[in-house]
Ligand binder design. Structure first.
Ligand SMILES: [Zn+2]
Ligand SMILES: [Zn+2]
Length: 259
């Protein structure tokens, strides 16, 4: 059996606070995850590095992206190129399918961020092609601002003909794995089959305590605004903080901007 966290943000998200290598090291040293996905907001800039480094950390990485569809955020996994934001959920899902990918509805009904409603998900599932691509829903999202509504989201998610998944939506290292999914097997192929067969089981993490929000989350977020991220030089070295090139920070903005 394996565990996967398929919703992790890196410094290539405007609000992500860790480098790719720091994420991989954290996962290897502190979690039991076999497979992760790097899913930055409308960017796949960190994916090539993650794929290159994953074997050094004994992990598998699924290329992914959290796409800001007009109808709400959706995770696109096993894709090769980012999908432009601002399209409808149906258009986004079909574009992911054209690349051989699958989609997971991220944090349905979550407040404060653009989130899918269950009605929108149901409408897209009536499309014969899209229903074979949008095959999972985040029944549990460990993100700080989403956690409270999770029990009702979990109940309503069960009414959908979709794989039930848990993810962390981590923007800081200590959140990684605070939401994950059990699946049959170990590899990313096993995981994909488990999602297809609806046999994944969400696993809830404890999340951050109230005090940890002040000691971990807020300081990292402030550092990120100043250009600093959690950094890792190699599997043997400890994770430190490093100031990143301003250009890198700019490149981390969404690759497709609305005119
Ligand atoms: Zn989101
Ligand atoms: Zn996210």
């Amino acid at each position: 059996m394996g565990f996967a966290d398929l919703h992790i943000h890196s410094m290539y998200s405007y609000d992500g606070t860790a480098s790719i290598s720091a994420i991989l090291k954290y996962v290897a040293d502190n979690t039991d995850l076999n497979v992760i996905a790097i899913t930055d907001h409308d960017s796949m800039e960190g994916v090539p590095e993650a794929l290159d480094l994953a074997p050094y950390y004994n992990l598998e990485v699924i290329p992914g992206c959290e796409v800001s569809s007009r109808d709400g955020h959706v995770l696109c996994l096993f894709i090769e190129r980012p999908i432009p934001p601002g399209l409808s959920l149906l258009e986004t899902v079909l574009m992911a399918g054209n690349q051989g990918g699958i989609c997971i509805a991220a944090h349905p009904l979550a407040k404060a961020v653009n989130s899918l409603t269950f009605d929108t998900i149901r409408r897209v599932l009536k499309h014969p092609v899209a229903s074979k691509i949008l095959i999972g829903v985040e029944a549990f999202n460990g993100g700080l601002v989403y956690t409270r509504g999770n029990s009702s989201v979990q109940q309503e998610s069960r009414t959908l003909p979709l794989a039930q998944l848990g993810n962390s939506d981590a923007h800081i290292l200590p959140m990684i794995g605070q939401g994950s999914s059990y699946y049959h097997g170990y590899s990313s192929t096993d995981l994909r089959n488990s999602i297809l067969n609806h046999t994944t089981i969400p696993r809830k993490g404890n999340g951050l305590s109230g005090s940890a929000v002040f000691t971990s989350y807020i300081p990292r977020f402030v550092f990120r605004k100043l250009g600093w991220v959690s950094w890792n030089e190699s599997p043997e070295k400890p994770i430190t903080f490093k100031q990143i090139n301003k250009l890198t920070s700019l490149n981390a903005m969404p690759q497709y901007l609305h005119s």
